[in-house]
Write a protein that binds this ligand. Structure first.
Ligand SMILES: CC(C)(COP(=O)(O)OP(=O)(O)OC[C@H]1O[C@@H](n2cnc3c(N)ncnc32)[C@H](O)[C@@H]1OP(=O)(O)O)[C@@H](O)C(=O)NCCC(=O)NCCS
Length: 175
């Protein structure tokens, strides 16, 4: 990618957000293993990075990889597959900045969806603050503990406070 990196100044050293490459994957795996109890494998990241239409971003501070985001394009929607910030760097606005960069790259009328564990209150708060709305559940989606997944969408309608353009709303039951 030739586009310039986004630099965000915080009270700490500047945050740099740029496209994720294969050479970042060792650091991505290290963060992934610290951030999740059931981390993705290297192969899963390679598959996502190999998709030409995906948006995969890395956040660095002082040259150190501290977070990343993986988003895939399916039909007319973007699917946020993975986002994680190193536990030592969470709650400093880095996840928010990665999402903002994704929204810029996906475009103003983009439609984004994701699955999140209902127990992941911090992530759900972040997504809601960024315009995602809960649209239903996928039953027993997570294999490690059989937890359901909460499905969320961010669309032009959810940004205006309705769910008029959220697909398959009736097909996934809300609890
Ligand atoms: C979920 C996750 C990606 C969020 O990333 P993050 O960088 O911690 O998120 P942010 O810092 O942007 O926002 C989180 C909170 O920090 C607060 N915050 C942001 N900047 C801040 C700052 N400078 N100082 C203090 N707090 C700040 C935000 O207001 C927000 O508050 P909230 O808890 O009331 O919602 C991260 O916690 C993570 O990697 N979790 C483990 C993996 C995971 O669950 N991924 C999501 C799977 S669906």
């Amino acid at each position: 990618m030739t586009e310039p990196a986004t630099r965000i100044s915080t009270d700490q050293a500047p945050l740099e957000i740029r496209r994720l490459g294969y050479s970042d994957l060792a650091h991505v795996l290290a963060v992934e293993r610290r951030a999740f109890p059931t981390p993705w494998s290297l192969a899963m990241f390679v598959v996502e990075l190999s998709k030409p239409s995906g948006i995969c971003l890395a956040a660095r501070r002082r040259g150190r990889m501290i977070g990343y985001l993986i988003c895939s394009r399916y039909d007319a929607a973007w699917h946020l597959m993975n986002v994680a910030i190193d536990p030592s760097e969470q709650n400093q606005g880095i996840g928010t900045e990665l999402l903002h960069r994704l929204f810029e790259l996906a475009g103003p009328d983009s439609r984004l969806t994701l699955e999140v564990r209902p127990s992941n209150a911090g992530a759900i708060r972040l997504y809601e603050r960024e315009g995602f709305m809960a649209a239903g559940f996928r039953r027993r989606y997570y294999h490690d503990n059989g937890e359901d997944a909460l499905i969320m969408w961010r669309t032009p309608a959810t940004l205006a406070g309705s769910m008029d353009d959220v697909p398959n709303l009736g097909r996934v039951r809300m609890r």
